[in-house]
Every structure is written in structure tokens, then in C-alpha cells.
Design a binder for this molecule. Structure first.
Ligand SMILES: Nc1nc2c(ncn2[C@@H]2O[C@H](COP(=O)(O)OP(=O)(O)OP(=O)(O)O)[C@@H](O)[C@H]2O)c(=O)[nH]1
Ligand SMILES: [Mg+2]
Length: 293
């Protein structure tokens, strides 16, 4: 009997904003590693998610949705996508067939690379097969794919077949991380992401896009973790909106954020939030870099 060789490799998850990239990664890992919301441009960093079984380790790189950047923060986000494109042994282009706008920027980004690409057609739970196939045909005219998969990241349809096909593309190699690891980011990263997720869920229009989170301190005690974080806003006028009437908005943000952090670390959390104004931080390369992008 021949043993299955151990295989490992990097898989970059690339696509337009809101296509379901983070949902797909979370679904494969069976764990919420990357935040997801109904709003585009939720993901801003390269988020590492590690899938392991006895004979495979796949390191997924979730990335921000591909856009034409307008300010420094978005430029940094697109550098992240380019890095993942360079690091991936295989690329998954996540495509949302219910999206009525063109996919040109993503196609442009992937046109010149010489690596296998899978087209992963997501959200098949909300479009009929014929309509999805028509859309796929128009993308296949522009890019060559090693395989096309139809999936629903929300429902989990097509995940086993996708995983098996990803594995078939990987080369024999050792695991790079301990098999029980699901990610590699420090807990502070997840804390700031979970607060940012609540910003996207609770605030409207420009607010979530104008904010970032800076975890100032994280103290671990036996019974409780004490976390203090700044919410950085882009304009002075946004501070009041974040705080809300009588502090109601920031209170709600704090409660929901604390609950999701507690769920992650399975421990009681004391969370202190402060709003700070950094005039036009999104447009300034220094600030963008200092704030972790
Ligand atoms: N109906 C349906 N909705 C989905 C599916 N997968 C993801 N979604 C929804 O699509 C929205 C965007 O999902 P995300 O995973 O945040 O998308 P993303 O591509 O990571 O988005 P960005 O980080 O903004 O680039 C969320 O509301 C998801 O619930 C799916 O298979 N079916
Ligand atoms: Mg995302």
C-alpha cells in the first residue's frame, strides 16, 4: 500500500469586494478567522487561515477586494492583494455571479501571472444555474482557469470538492505550522478586526470606511482580559457620530464588540473604547503605515 504524501502550499483568495472571500475561508476552516459583513471593503489586511488534516496543510491568504484605489489606505490594501498574488501557489478567484458590475480590475490583476487559477463561482444559492454559467462564460473568454467550481460559501455547497481539487494542485511538502493552528495573527489583531466588524455593522455611509482601530493595551488577568482601544476617525465631525446622543452609539459598539471578543477568547473581557481624531489619516501614507496597514 502506498502512503498518501503530505502536501502543503499557499492559496491566495482574490476577488472583488463582497464576493464572499472571507466567508469562504471561514467556511473551509470551520471557524471565524476573517470578519465578514454585507458591506464591500470589509477586509483590509491579508488574513491567514490554516487548514490542516492528516496529510494536507493549506495556508489560505484572504485579501481585500480588488478596487482602483483612491486614497493611501486603499493603496495599501491593494499592495496586500499583490503580495498574496505573489505568495500563492494557487489562486482562487472568487466570483459573485449576482454582482452586476464588471470584474475587469480582478481580471487585469491576474492576467499576467503564470500560476494555476481556479474560478470559484460563489453564492449559487441565490442565482439560477443558467444565469451563473452565462456570466462565467464571459470571464472564461478573458482568463484561463485550471478549474471552475460552483459553490455556496454560506451553505457550504461544493466545499469538499473544492478542497480536494486544491489539494491535487499542491506539491508534496511538510506542514509549515503546527496542525492545531488556525491562524498566525496575534490576539490584538483579532480584537481590532472584531471591533471594526461592529463598526461596519452598526454605522452607515462613510463612517466604517473612515475608521480604524488601534489597540492601546491588552492586559491578561486570571479571570478577565482588560483591553483598551482607540477608534481613529478621519474627520472631527465623525467623532460625535461615533459617540452618539448621550454616548449611546459608542456604548452599543462597546457591548457588541466585547461580546464577540469574549466569544473568540472564551474569557471575560473589559473593553474600553476612546475616539481619537487623526485628520485625514486615510490619505496620509505615514498614518496608514503607523496604524498597521
Ligand atoms: N447568498 C450568499 N451570500 C453570501 C455567500 N457567501 C458570502 N455571502 C455574503 O456576501 C457578503 C460579503 O461576504 P464577505 O465574505 O464579507 O465578502 P468578501 O469578499 O470577503 O468582501 P470584502 O472583504 O469586502 O472584499 C456577506 O453578506 C455574506 O454573508 C453565499 O454563498 N451566498
Ligand atoms: Mg473579506
Amino acid at each position: 500500500m502506498t502512503e498518501k504524501p503530505h502536501k502543503s502550499g499557499y492559496v491566495a483568495i482574490i476577488g472583488k469586494p463582497n464576493a464572499g472571500k472571507s466567508t469562504l475561508m471561514n467556511r473551509i476552516l470551520g471557524s471565524k478567522i476573517s470578519i465578514t459583513t454585507h458591506k464591500p471593503q470589509t477586509t483590509r489586511h491579508q488574513v491567514v487561515g490554516i487548514f490542516s488534516d492528516d496529510h494536507t496543510q493549506i495556508i489560505f491568504l484572504d485579501t481585500p477586494g480588488v478596487i482602483t484605489p483612491k486614497y493611501e489606505l486603499q493603496k495599501a490594501m491593494m499592495k496586500t492583494v499583490e503580495r498574496a498574488r505573489a505568495d500563492g501557489d494557487l489562486i482562487l478567484l472568487i466570483f459573485d455571479p449576482t454582482d452586476t458590475y464588471p470584474t475587469d480590475e480582478v481580471i487585469e490583476l491576474l492576467r499576467t501571472i503564470n500560476k494555476p487559477i481556479f474560478l470559484v463561482v460563489n453564492k449559487i444559492d441565490s442565482i439560477d444555474e443558467k444565469a451563473a454559467k452565462q456570466k462565467v462564460a464571459s470571464i472564461e473568454e478573458k482568463l484561463r482557469f485550471k478549474a471552475v467550481h460552483y459553490v455556496s460559501a454560506i451553505r457550504g455547497d461544493g466545499m469538499d470538492e473544492l478542497l480536494e481539487d486544491i489539494r491535487s494542485q499542491l506539491l508534496p511538502g511538510p506542514p509549515y505550522y503546527p496542525k492545531e493552528d488556525l491562524s498566525e495573527h496575534p490576539v490584538r489583531f483579532f480584537v481590532s478586526e472584531l471591533i471594526r466588524e461592529q463598526l461596519f455593522l452598526q454605522f452607515h455611509e462613510e463612517i466604517p470606511y473612515s475608521c480604524t482601530i488601534d489597540v492601546i493595551s491588552y492586559e491578561t488577568e486570571e479571570e478577565i482580559d482588560r483591553i483598551s482601544a482607540d477608534i481613529i476617525v478621519n474627520r472631527k465631525s465623525q467623532k460625535g457620530m461615533l459617540i452618539g446622543k448621550g454616548g449611546a452609539a459608542i456604548k452599543e459598539l462597546g457591548i457588541k464588540s466585547r461580546e464577540s471578543i469574549e466569544e473568540l477568547i472564551r474569557k471575560k473581557v473589559f473593553l474600553e473604547l476612546h475616539v481619537k481624531v487623526r485628520e485625514k489619516w486615510r490619505e496620509k501614507e505615514n498614518w496608514v503605515r503607523n496604524l498597521g496597514y
